[in-house]
Design a protein around this ligand. Structure first.
Ligand code: DX5
Ligand code: ZN
Length: 215
């Protein structure tokens, strides 16, 4: 049984609060907030002030997925805005060990994300401290993209490594996850399925969420 985290990137931003309430009452386990700076990724979304406005409506954990350069400058802001999990990209820091502990010291859980082309070996040393390992199953920057099949092997690799080393990180797949690819990712060892366009474009949001939960 996978947890389902709804990416708000595909919601109608004119009614973001309403859309949040809709998916929370439809049974999502977490909310995934895609923060983009137009530098690390070729798109710009929103920052901590928007997340702060959603905080009074929060019923499930908020994960802020920071697709930004220099994330170390903003960890405190995202924690204060209400992030329960702060996920940073390995590709945006030369000092990953320090960054992971900077997140943990705020009381938030530490998520570590790697792009499709980044090998698991690039983060092997820090995995012992990480609460969530986010494996990008699309190239970051946009919702509605196609799931990249070869990342499923990386999910299996991460699951094997966790068993072998006795680590406790949860494995999260993010991008292009729907009722076809969600089961593949879950079967490979994924614990959390992040889904945006599949949920928001569905005729029935609750059915779409349930179709991912039962994988
Ligand atoms: C992409 C984001 C993902 C994406 C998921 O850079 O990190 O969270 O929005 O949306 P879908 O499910 O539409 O691929
Ligand atoms: Zn994301």
């Amino acid at each position: 049984m996978a947890l389902v985290s709804c990416s708000m990137l595909s919601c109608n931003f004119a009614y973001m609060g309403k859309e949040l309430e809709t998916v929370q009452s439809a049974g999502v386990d977490m909310i995934h907030l895609d923060v983009m700076d137009g530098a690390f990724v070729p798109n710009i979304t929103f920052g901590a002030p928007v997340i702060k406005c959603l905080l009074p409506l929060k019923k499930v954990p908020f994960e802020s997925h920071l697709m930004i350069e220099n994330p170390e400058k903003y960890i405190g802001d995202f924690r204060k805005a209400g992030s329960d999990i702060i996920t940073v990209h390995a590709e945006t820091s030369n000092h990953l060990d320090r960054l992971i502990f900077q997140i943990k010291e705020t009381g938030a859980k530490a998520g570590l994300a790697i792009n499709p082309a980044t090998p698991l070996s690039a983060v092997a040393e820090t995995l012992r401290y990480v609460d969530i390992l986010l494996l990008m199953t699309v190239n970051p920057g946009f919702g509605g993209q196609k799931y990249i099949e070869y990342v499923t092997d990386k999910i299996s690799e991460a699951s094997e490594l966790r068993k072998e080393k006795g680590y406790s990180y949860l494995i999260e797949a993010d991008g292009g996850v729907d009722n076809i690819h969600g089961p593949k990712a879950a079967a490979a060892g994924c614990d959390i399925l992040v889904s945006g366009s599949y949920i928001f474009r569905s005729a029935n949001i609750r059915d779409a969420i349930d179709s991912l939960k039962t994988v």
